[in-house]
Design a protein around this ligand. Structure first.
Ligand code: NAD
Length: 252
């Protein structure tokens, strides 16, 4: 079909199941005529996503804890498709022990792990995707309001998201002359696997819904549609931005 992503190859990192924000992005890419390529963290997740991902979508291993794995994944995708038009980075992790404590109790190892997987990995993705990126190209990451406000129980993940949002601005500046745009979507709270790692996530989800402008959570499909716009040439004028897709929660 023809759509705003026709002929574009988009790497989507972070599908764990059908509730994942990344899966909402895959649906939107397909609806707009794009070709998604999915990366997965490990063999266990590969087996589980193979149950619902159509067979003609390529799956590539990529644990972002290893620079070599990121480099290899982009090399494999680049060699297969010749070029890459966009990347969605929908990946975050903090160990449960670190997440359930206030920031003041965060230890060095927990801090480093959360930063490495949730923020540094986006920088490494930009670096290893770069040789294969078209002009124009678009890189997107996923962030949350807890980067700029002290949201109860978000703790260390808020600090990692603040680093991620800052990285968006510096990467946009570094890569701008190559027509590579870098933006983030700050999504409203959605019930996914990642959210269940946050203490009191039920309350967080309820609070977030109650603060939307019409008491309904944003959906992964709504987030995916904004991602499709950011990946498309309709948004070539935008870079270094954080776009809220949260049905107005950030206004309240
Ligand atoms: P999810 O659990 O479906 O996705 C998280 C993904 O991160 C998983 O696919 C997991 O495999 C991947 N991941 C973790 N460690 C990895 C590693 N070492 N290597 C490769 N992949 C790894 O949850 P989600 O909510 O869809 O999360 C996607 C992104 O959206 C995250 O950055 C999250 O912080 C962000 N976000 C989520 C919400 C929300 O309410 N769900 C709101 C705003 C932002």
């Amino acid at each position: 079909m023809n759509g705003i992503l026709t002929d574009k190859v988009i790497v989507v990192m972070g599908v764990a199941n059908q509730r994942s924000i990344a899966w909402g992005c895959v649906q939107a890419i397909l609806a707009q005529g794009g070709t998604p390529v999915l990366t997965y963290q490990n063999e266990r997740l590969k087996k589980s996503i193979q149950r619902f991902v159509p067979e003609d979508i390529q799956l590539v291993a990529c644990d972002v804890a290893e620079d070599a794995a990121i480099q290899q994944a982009f090399q494999q995708i680049g060699e297969r498709y010749g070029n890459i038009d966009g990347v969605i980075h929908a990946i975050a992790y903090a160990d449960p022990e670190t997440l359930k404590q206030g920031l003041v109790e965060t230890r060095r190892t927990g801090y480093n792990l959360a930063q490495e997987i949730s923020a540094y990995s986006f920088i490494a993705v930009a670096r290893y995707a770069r040789p294969w990126l078209t002009k124009p190209a678009s890189l997107i990451t996923l962030t949350y309001f807890g980067a700029t406000r002290a949201i109860p129980n978000y703790n260390m993940m808020g600090v990692a998201k603040a680093a991620l949002e800052s990285s968006v601005r510096y990467l946009a500046t570094d890569l701008g002359t190559e027509q590579i745009r870098v933006n983030a979507i700050s999504a409203g709270a959605v019930k996914t696997l990642a959210v269940t790692g946050i203490k009191g996530h039920g309350d967080l989800l309820k609070m977030s819904t109650s603060l939307t402008v019409y008491q309904q959570s944003v959906t992964t499909s709504e987030i995916g549609n904004v991602a499709a716009f950011l990946l498309s040439d309709l948004s070539t004028g935008m870079t270094g931005d954080i776009l809220y897709v949260d049905k107005g929660v950030h206004l309240m």
